[in-house]
Design a binder for this molecule. Structure first.
Ligand SMILES: Cc1cc2nc3c(=O)[nH]c(=O)nc-3n(C[C@H](O)[C@H](O)[C@H](O)COP(=O)(O)OP(=O)(O)OC[C@H]3O[C@@H](n4cnc5c(N)ncnc54)[C@H](O)[C@@H]3O)c2cc1C
Ligand code: SF4
Length: 496
């Protein structure tokens, strides 16, 4: 990482410029990407950094909106305006610090966030939105980002967090900054949860460790390779010395299709396949691969399978239409650029083969009225069954939480993509002092972690006869940063 302190000065609190650029520049400075023709041969990173001059040019396109749609669309309400302005002024150190003040997993997010902010950016109405995620990356790479967070004095209360994914890590950051002693239990060897399955062509690998390095002085202890519910009991946390417990176990268990043939050896759950690829135990895949599903995991599985197939053919099979496909549109575009095929309005009936996968029986669907998810529900078209040959099937139709060993009294609810959730607004389960939350993307999980931490802070402040505190300044300054950025109206997102 390049840290050029000559570029930055300590001017983070300077007021924003009074005038906006006179002329709107609707053309984005080109983001450097690998050629789609050659990039499928390996797992090397596809998107590269801006140069310093390109970052400054792109940052200057931002019109510093008084009403910041980009901020309202960001689940963690990160004020992108400030760090973009600092980049435009070539103050990279200040920009890195501004980013990290609000966002402790920024090194991860600048590679993998689905950038809801860019979709909302007003410049996008006339041309191409500001490359906010790419500018965040520039701020962190060109500025001094190896900082360390500073906690408030310990307040004597302890919180256990179950699950070291983005929701749990964010909650630990919020609580650790406020002076709670936090222990995070993670069942896997590595922290990060589903982030560890994101392919290396999007996220090289050490990003999360770089983020966690800034936690070193916080009263947060990570206990890896320990599964709550089996290695240690949930009761030992609930009744054994912690003042509150937060469950952020995510959804890491494969959801099967439930069709004949799924037990054949060349049928892979996408989640574990992607984790194995990152842990350098990739299986040898066939040459004609079908991926079932239309979400982001299906796109990652398809693009990874293409890289593993040595010039094979990969097709995504999705039961609804292109418009209904939940995958991020950039991911779909990049998959298409790489030559992945798509079969829309097609549903699998059974996987064919005796000892090995030989084909897939499919049926056409038509779309009926919207279902509970708001998307049009697929109905089978009678007489439209057909078979296509294949030697590998990857199933990417969702995950669910692994709740083995958790007491039924918790009466856990489940979020839209399977993560456990408390019953009410405050995320508390039916057991007092036990909270649960999660999220559908990294930044949504972080936002959920913040909300749960605020609820825990309110609950524990009541218990000690105090009042909940706003997030302290993460660098130890006496005044906490403003709760919401200037001009912020109401969020355009909701946790769900
Ligand atoms: C292949 C893939 C690609 C993705 N790509 C992106 C992307 O590009 N951008 C994006 O924003 N989002 C992406 N996501 C989604 C994102 O990773 C998740 O929404 C997010 O990680 C959810 O965070 P979480 O903390 O709620 O849960 P998780 O990330 O699932 O973390 C939960 C953690 O709890 C641990 N755990 C579970 N049970 C126990 C237990 N009993 N005891 C102890 N520990 C336990 C798990 O091992 C896990 O580490 C992707 C997801 C997948 C699967
Ligand atoms: S909406 Fe776009 S132009 Fe406006 S402040 Fe945000 S990034 Fe800048």
């Amino acid at each position: 990482m390049v840290a050029d302190s000559a570029m930055g000065t300590s001017n983070a609190s300077a007021p924003p410029p009074k005038s906006h650029p006179v002329k709107l520049n609707t053309v984005r400075v080109r983001v450097p990407v690998e050629d789609p023709k050659t990039r499928t041969q390996d797992f090397k990173e596809v998107i590269h950094s801006y140069t310093l001059e390109d970052a400054v040019l792109e940052a200057k396109r931002c019109i510093q909106c008084g009403k910041p749609y980009c901020v309202e669309a960001c689940p963690i309400t990160q004020d992108a305006r400030e760090y973009i302005r600092l980049i435009a002024e070539r103050k990279f150190d200040d920009s890195a610090r501004a980013i990290l003040t609000e966002n402790p997993l920024a090194t991860t997010l600048c590679k993998v966030c689905y950038h809801y902010c860019e979709d909302a950016c007003v410049v996008g109405k006339k041309g191409v939105p500001i490359a906010i995620r790419q500018l965040k990356r520039a701020g962190l790479e060109l500025g001094k980002s190896d900082l360390r967070y500073v906690p408030a004095p310990l307040n004597g209360q302890r919180v256990a967090v179950v699950g070291g994914g983005p929701a749990g890590i964010m909650a630990a950051w919020e609580l650790g900054l406020r002076g709670y002693e936090v222990t995070v239990y993670e069942s896997q060897v590595r922290l990060g949860g589903q982030v560890n399955t994101i392919p290396r062509y999007r996220m090289v690998g050490p990003e999360l460790e770089q983020d966690l390095d800034r936690f070193q002085d916080l009263p947060v202890h990570f206990v890896n390779s320990t599964r709550v519910g089996t290695d240690i009991s949930t009761d030992s946390l609930i009744y054994g010395g912690f003042d509150a417990v937060l469950l952020t176990m995510g959804a890491t268990e494969h959801r099967a299709l439930g069709i004949p043939g799924e037990e054949l050896p060349e049928v892979y759950p996408a989640f574990s396949l992607l984790r194995d690829v990152n842990e350098v135990y990739p299986p040898t895949l066939g040459r004609k691969i079908l991926v079932i599903g239309g979400g982001d995991v299906a796109m990652d599985a398809a693009r990874s399978a293409l890289r593993l197939s040595g010039g094979g053919e990969v097709t995504v099979v999705y039961r609804r239409g292109r418009r209904e496909m939940p995958a991020d549109k950039d991911e779909v575009h990049e998959a298409e650029e790489e030559g992945i095929g798509f079969l829309f309005q097609t549903t699998p009936l059974r996987i064919l083969g005796v000892e090995h996968v030989e084909g897939l029986e499919l049926q056409q669907t038509e779309l009926g009225p919207p279902d509970a998810s708001g998307r049009r529900s697929p109905r089978l078209v009678p007489g439209s069954q057909r078979t296509i040959p294949c030697d590998t099937v990857i199933v990417a139709v969702g995950q669910r939480a692994a709740t083995e060993g958790f007491p039924s009294e918790l009466e856990l609810q489940f979020g839209s993509q399977g993560w456990p959730q408390g019953a009410g607004e405050d995320f508390m389960t039916h057991v007092e002092g036990v909270f649960a939350t999660g999220g559908r993307s990294v930044v949504y999980a972080m936002a959920a972690g913040t909300k749960a931490a605020e609820a825990i802070d309110a609950y524990l402040a009541r218990k000690r006869g105090g009042s909940p505190a706003p997030r302290p300044d993460p660098w130890g300054a006496p005044t906490p940063p403003a709760k919401l950025p200037r001009g912020y109206g109401r969020p355009t997102w909701h946790l769900g």
